[in-house]
Structure formats: C-alpha cells, structure tokens
Design a binder for this molecule. Sequence first.
Ligand SMILES: Nc1ncnc2c1ncn2[C@@H]1O[C@H](COP(=O)(O)OP(=O)(O)OP(=O)(O)O)[C@@H](O)[C@H]1O
Ligand SMILES: [Mg+2]
Length: 251
Amino acid sequence: MSEQRPDGLRIRDLRVTFDGFTAVGGVDLDVAPGDIRFLIGPNGAGKTTLVDAVTGLVRATGSVRFGDTELLGRDVHRIARLGVGRTFQTAAVFEELSVLQNLDIAAGAGRSWWSLARRRRRTPDEVAEALETIGLADRPDQLAGTLAHGQKQWLEIGMLLVQNARLLLLDEPVAGMSHDERDATGALLETVSRDRTVVVIEHDMDFLRRFARTVTVLHAGRVLSEGSVAQVQADPRVQEVYLGVDSGTEA
Ligand SMILES: Nc1ncnc2c1ncn2[C@@H]1O[C@H](COP(=O)(O)OP(=O)(O)OP(=O)(O)O)[C@@H](O)[C@H]1O
Ligand SMILES: [Mg+2]
C-alpha cells in the first residue's frame, strides 16, 4: 500500500462566469484530508462547473489550494500532475483496449519518456494494486468496452489511482448503476479515502446517506448548507430546494 498522507482542499471565493452568467458565485469550501465529501444540489447548481474550475477546465477567480499548492491559474495537465484527478458524468475509458492496457496508459501519462522506456514487462506494482482495489484483478485482459457499466466507472477510478491522484473528484459515479454496483462503489470510496481525499457529486440520496462523511449543498452557484448528512437533511433551506425533487425519502 502507498503511505502518503492525504492533503485537504481549500476553496475561497470561487467564481466562474459564462458570458455574464454566474455559474459559481463565490464559493468557500474546505474538505479535510481523507474526507468523503458529497456535493449535492439541483440541476444547474454549479457542481460540475466547480469541479471544472478546480481541475483547470474552466477559468475561475478566487483561490483553490490543494495542500500548500494554489491550483487556480495552472493548466489542466499540471493540476493532474499535482495529484488532482476527476471523472466525468460519462465514463471515459478506452473501450477497445483491455483493463490492464487502460491502467498502463494512465500510469504512463504522468511519467517522463525515459521512465517509460525503462519499464519492465511485468505489471507495475501500482497497476497491480489498483486492479485489486477496483475489484478487477480477475479480468486484466478483458476489453474495457465489454465491462459492465459499474466496472467501467471503477476502471476510471483505477486510472486516477495509478496516476497518483490524491484528490479524487467524481462526477455522479453511481448514475445508472445497479444496487450491488452502488454498494461496491461505496466500499471502493471508503478504501480509496484511507490515504486520499474524495469529493463526490451525486444525486442519489440513498447512496449519500450511506457513504457521505460530510455534505455540501450547492444552489444557484452558492453554498446553501453544509455539515453532516443529518444536519443537511434537517436544514429547512435544503428541504425547500429539494421539495418535489426528493420528497418522501427522508432518513
Ligand atoms: N460552458 C458553459 N457555457 C455556458 N453555461 C454553462 C457552461 N457550463 C455550465 N453552464 C451553466 O452553468 C450552470 C451550472 O452548470 P453545472 O453543469 O455546473 O451544473 P450541475 O450542478 O453540475 O448540474 P447537473 O446536476 O445537471 O449536472 C448551468 O446553468 C449551466 O447551464
Ligand atoms: Mg453536473
């Protein structure tokens, strides 16, 4: 196992505008090292845009620090090399390549040409470890395109692990998953958070109740509420925003 200490995420006055429209309007957010923070909020609340800003995909103002490092103003690749990894709302694996090849490519992405050239033919330790962690150790040679929906998401998470991502930002990882796949994904998040910090955007309230350690609710580009699952669920402002969306599913 790796022995890294997780870093935390510290966001201050984050703002993103698109042609005058404010998608993220001054967000402060602290995620402690090793947390599993769920980021929820109605459609269009700015959840994905916030992750885009943290990972350098959209321009933003304010401050985003991961550990001691300011991320804002750096390009996407630099931010990834600093240990910040994200998944997208739709899984992005190389379907025509095997599970192992996908992980190998991801592992190589952060390496210099000479370290790639020096590589031995055996499976590198971090790749073998990731295969184990994501539950695909029994099928390294299966084509990624033939994996079940949930397994593709796990492979994508595995690709972040071999890139040494220490902050994982996952955009709706359990959307479309079966109940069993959700359980397995929750267990995976718990394993991964032992030495990493995890932020999960999710709409699934049942999944949130089971696996969130802390929750932030975004609404119209701002933080509406924050705390434990129980605190956020008891917040009348949250109930108002979700009324009609998630009614009748209180804990
Ligand atoms: N590239 C863009 N150009 C213009 N507007 C955008 C762009 N990206 C997002 N937006 C707008 O910003 C707002 C926030 O979008 P965002 O995708 O961050 O919401 P979200 O909380 O992830 O929603 P969902 O739950 O539907 O995924 C929305 O009104 C969206 O239409
Ligand atoms: Mg989104």
